[in-house]
Design a protein around this ligand. Sequence first.
Ligand SMILES: [Zn+2]
Ligand SMILES: [Zn+2]
Length: 470
Amino acid sequence: MGHSEIACQICGVSFALARIRTPQEPPTAAWSNHGTTDGGYVWSWAPEEDDFDDEKSDGNVAGGCMIAVRADRDHEDGDLLALSQHPEEEMYLEDMHGIPKHDRAKILKRLRDLEGKYCLEHVAGPECGNGDGYHGNRISVEEMRTCSTMQGLVKKPSDWEPEDGDEDFERSEGYFLSGLVDSVTTVDSLYYESSHPKRHGCDNILPTMWYRDIVNDTFHMDFYSIAIHPACLETFKRATLHRYDRVDVGAFIQWWEMDSDGKSLSRIEDDADVRAGRSQWWQHIQGSEYLAANPCFVPNLDKAFLPLAPQSASPAGHEEIFSSLPSEIRGLIFNHLSLEDISNLLLASPLLNRCSQDDLRRRLILEWPWLWEAWSKLEYSAWVGPTARDLRESVKPPGKQVVISDTDAVNWGSAFRWISRQRSNDELKGLRNRQRIWKRSGEILDRIDQLRKYEELAKDASVLSISQGR
Ligand SMILES: [Zn+2]
Ligand SMILES: [Zn+2]
């Protein structure tokens, strides 16, 4: 069967995402596509002396990338450590043109000796072109740390009993949440890694990509789970809350099970970045790092929501005119302006800014419904922030949910401008991913709405035929 990666059934992205650290980051900031906690990393290779012969090579070895030696301390050589180009680790620039030939020969021999043990790591320079992982200078560890952490929605056995910590939907739906697992990135790793904590007696979660495999009993499995990122499920929950005014995880499960009659997952059109990334091995394409970012905990997002300044004493005359218009008229004028125009207009007029916040927030929710901080205080599930390792080692993960207790006290114009500006610089990657997952959730819900309508019609028709005695 060969290498086959498991993808999150909500966002469509593989769990097998690697990260290549920069020289400034510690070894723990690097991981391979086998997950965040197995100690692996993207390998490097020892260059040849010929690579640095200006007559034979083009002199363009790498974009400032480095080779880190990840051997045991016992193997370290004092003489070589003095040649290291990193203050704390044994690390060398891949491009060794500037190193005297005698020293370079020693380094190359050391690297060649180590190569057989697979102890060389590729470390990303500013112009790194390595596609085996996303680069540390393009996405932070904090944004990416849960990208390989999977949770299973496990099919309930017939003797299932509720347990402490169950979410409401676990009691009412046919599936429950497993603990977390950081390393089940491929089908090959299915049986080796247990989830933590063990929930409802289940620690091996056997994630499945297709419900039709279960219906057809393709793998003769006693049980199975649907693989998700916890943060993607939170995003889906809010999409249902926005549409139905209540959380409806059952809608996702119903959609996923539609696969059994051929209405499959793949019929949700993936966006271009996911299509480009999906391959037998995930393609870490530059510019699509946001696909790895946690959509719930977005570093720095709290900076968007500044308090509204106190009312100034004497507004200028032209401000008075605009802000003294009845709110219905102002609303009509705003309808013809873009969010950007409105927020700029409010920037120029503090008084208008004060009396138009409600209009602006409503407009923001209409255009950016995925900015749930503007309309929801629903608390995140405890599964969203940590990795399985965090839970095992009782480590508190970074990140705090942004909850706005008083939406009337926030300057929504400045929130819009700040978020827009950050996004145009490719910051707030988690928010960009959230917008994408929100759209995908909406497409799932469109299908479910359709399905439920048909079911309703079919029920009405059968009631009608019964009442007519047919
Ligand atoms: Zn996901
Ligand atoms: Zn590189």
